[in-house]
Design a protein around this ligand. Structure first.
Ligand code: LER
Ligand code: MN
Length: 267
């Protein structure tokens, strides 16, 4: 049986373009009641997080991961910003997310949209060099706190490189850090991977976190992806992390939460 969690992105207006908003307190109570094992926190700013709240979660829930998307969509900076001071700002922020993960006893920081895009004025190799340098710097910092980093391949409509598992594995190779791994998001995989099965097998032990959403980014079961097969493949690679629901709050937030865990549990 896999551990399950839900990303607060599902309920925050702004993230994922969603409009529904649930009070965090109500959300965690609902998650515990439904039998989830954890919550994935997506704080817009690490300093705004009430650490004590996350330390006393109901039902023995833990923080499955801290997501760092706020770096780009709240603070407007990324690892690949052409302006050096903005790249430096994104790195400083990322380290605050790492410290937050440590404070919340979360095993990892998720690095997705904070990576940014390669601007047309910037040479690709140079941009990848910036990314790798930032990841190395973060990984050294995170290592001291026993926190891992999970890089997320994101589909081509949101990012103009690092879209597939192969691309992610390339970045891991270039970074060469023991605590930098991969986050696989089934929604992005459905768009980018030639074979989800082969990509999961190829990623193997590098998979440390999984985002679940169906082909239309609704909860699993509302689109046309074969989750039975995905779950089978994750078992085969002996995946031991969380299956974390990161979907649109469709058909509505309560149904997304309820059907999410029911569907996963039945597979
Ligand atoms: C974040 O985990 C993600 O999947 C992105 O699509 C959000 O922009
Ligand atoms: Mn995701």
């Amino acid at each position: 049986l896999f551990k399950t969690s839900v990303s607060t992105a599902v309920f925050q207006s702004g993230a994922l373009g969603t409009t529904e908003k649930l009070e965090l307190k109500n959300l965690v109570e609902k998650l515990a009641e439904l039998g989830y094992n954890g919550i994935e926190s997506l704080p817009y700013d690490p300093d705004e997080v009430d650490v004590s709240f996350y330390k006393t979660l109901p039902g023995g829930m833990t923080v499955s991961a801290v997501a760092s998307g706020g770096i780009s969509f709240r603070h407007g900076v990324t690892f690949l910003d052409p302006a050096e001071e903005k790249r430096a700002a994104s790195l400083r922020l990322m380290k605050r997310y790492v410290k937050l993960a440590y404070d919340l006893n979360a095993p990892m920081v998720l690095i997705g949209s904070a990576i940014g895009k390669i601007e047309s004025s910037i040479d690709r190799e140079r941009a990848i060099g910036w990314l790798v340098d930032s990841l190395k710097s973060c990984s050294h910092y995170a290592e001291q706190m026993n926190v891992s980093l999970a890089i997320e391949p994101i589909n081509r409509y949101e990012r103009n490189f690092l879209n597939s598992v192969d691309d992610g594995l390339d970045i891991l190779r270039l970074t060469g850090a023991e605590n930098v791994h991969l986050l696989l998001d089934t929604f992005h995989m459905n768009i980018e991977e030639a074979s989800i099965r082969n990509s999961i097998r190829k990623a193997g032990k590098e998979v440390v976190h999984v985002h679940l959403a169906d082909s239309n980014r609704w909860p699993p079961g509302f689109g046309h992806m074969d989750f039975k097969s995905i779950i089978h493949d994750l078992r085969e690679i002996e995946y031991a992390g969380f299956l974390s629901l990161e979907c649109l709050p469709k058909p509505d937030a309560a149904t997304a939460l309820e059907s999410g865990i029911r569907y996963i549990g039945a597979l």
